[in-house]
Design a protein around this ligand. Structure first.
Ligand code: ASP
Ligand code: MG
Length: 444
């Protein structure tokens, strides 16, 4: 079996849904399970619906529902002309959505539980249309409500699946049937008592890999609007290309540095079972995409990512010499202010670390001052060179530093894992450094 997950942009209108069904039907022999997100930005709009209702602006909430409604009816009409069944099902859903919204408006309160109920409509509506559209062209499609599959705890807004029960439900209800298309919702589940929950924003990938893992699927495919994971950000490096295969750790490292890829956490269920996760482009279905695997054979540099807007904080103190407890005191300050530190480098008498630009530094600097002399340098960028064995190969290091040219490196972090080397440079040097590194490792 295979699991094919389509993101919001892949099902944003009737043309895209048609494409999605085409892609799925070419794979019918593999007994696909199609997991879909909400159409386009529906979930974002539903968030606004709930907040307007809670804030007492009933008209604004209902106007947004009408907007969602129009988009869904249009897609339904274009894909399944004259289907009273689909129209009725949509109407029932919109009636329910209005009822809930009215309830939130009346009590001016939207609990996480109510919010999940509202947000669940995006996926429930999109999958109604997709299933009907697939049937319309003769595909034996069956909609399975994900709330009967994904059993979660009651942490509304970010519910955790109970894997054992969930797996059992999935195996019972999604038995492999070649030439049959199962359709189900990403993102949603339900508690033991049948109350609707969501897995957190962007949770459809997670749904897909949970289903893939339970079914021991041959592959999980995440269909989106990019060709896969790229060697660098194509907006900065036009020559960036798709990486054919990448290990899970490498992909996780890249995701952290803002590369537009699946969230590493959401693909863990598949990776743990050694099920390959493909990232593929719905508008370029012939492109290979990127395959994320637990392990890959390939070594060397895989990708180069960057993150600008970084601030460097350095603390100098002779008290550090031969002392213990210093680092703990230092990090306790960041802990207290709930600020996350990205890179750390230490010498005998100083510690440097980076934080995001938007962090309010004054309380932190104040609390750090008793520990030593604090200095702050802004407008830095992190450049992260990812690839297995980057650090084990001297030639790779030599090439990295040769490529840096005249751009000074402010800080280096290497060795904490063998899959990346991180450099801190001036923000202004980001693009030239990225270009030059990309050129050295991937050519132009
Ligand atoms: N529709 C949900 C969201 O926008 C889940 C998803 O797309 O993965 O967050
Ligand atoms: Mg999405």
């Amino acid at each position: 079996m295979i699991v094919m997950k389509f993101g919001g942009s892949s099902v944003r209108n009737s043309q895209m849904i048609r494409r999605v069904i085409d892609i799925a039907t070419t794979r019918l022999e593999a007994a696909p399970v199609l997991v879909s997100s909400a159409m386009g930005k529906t979930t974002d709009t539903l968030v606004l619906v709930a907040s307007h209702a809670q804030g007492g602006d009933r008209d604004a909430a209902f106007a947004l529902i009408e907007k969602i409604e129009a988009a869904h009816y249009t897609a339904a009409r274009e894909l399944v002309p004259g289907s009273d069944g689909l129209q009725r099902a949509l109407r029932r859903h919109f009636d329910e959505l209005r009822g809930l919204t009215q309830g939130i408006f009346l009590i001016r309160e939207c609990s996480p539980r109510s919010s999940d109920a509202i947000l669940s409509f995006g996926e429930r509506l999109s999958t109604l249309i997709i299933t009907a559209a697939a049937r319309e062209i003769g595909v034996d499609a069956q909609l399975v409500d994900a709330r009967t599959l994904i059993r979660t705890d009651a942490t509304f807004g970010a519910a955790s699946p109970e894997m054992q029960r969930t797996s059992r439900h999935i195996r019972e209800q999604l038995r492999p049937r070649p030439d049959h298309l199962y359709v189900t919702q990403g993102f949603i589940g339900s508690t033991e008592d049948g109350v609707t929950t969501t897995l957190g924003r962007g949770g459809s990938d997670y749904s897909a890999t949970i289903i893939g893992a339970a079914l021991e699927a041959d592959a999980v495919e995440i269909w989106t609007d990019v060709d896969g994971i790229m060697t660098s950000d194509p907006r900065v490096i036009p020559e960036a290309r798709t990486i054919p295969t990448i290990s899970y750790d490498e992909a996780a490292e890249l995701a952290y540095f803002g590369a537009r890829v699946v969230h590493p956490y959401t693909i863990l269920p598949a990776v743990r079972r050694a099920i390959p996760v493909w990232v593929r482009n719905t508008t370029e279905p012939l492109a290979q995409g990127t395959c994320i695997q637990a392990q890959t054979e390939a070594s060397g540099v895989r990708a180069i990512a960057s993150k600008s807007g970084v601030t460097l904080i350095t603390i100098q103190s002779s008290r550090m010499l031969n002392a213990y407890g210093f680092l703990r005191a230092l990090f306790a300050v960041f802990d207290t202010h709930r600020v996350s530190v990205d890179l750390v480098a230490t010498s005998e008498v100083s510690v440097s670390m980076t934080v995001d630009r938007d962090v309010d530094l004054s309380p932190i600097v104040r609390d750090l001052s008793p520990l030593g002399e604090v200095s702050v340098e802004r407008e830095k960028s992190i450049i992260c060179i990812v690839g297995r064995d980057v650090l084990r190969r001297a030639d790779v290091l030599a090439r990295i530093f040769a490529a840096m040219g005249p751009s000074p490196v402010r800080m280096i972090s290497l060795g904490s894992s063998d899959i990346n080397l991180t450099l801190l440079v001036a923000e202004n040097d980001t693009v030239p450094v990225l270009r030059s590194l990309h050129n050295v490792f991937f050519g132009s």
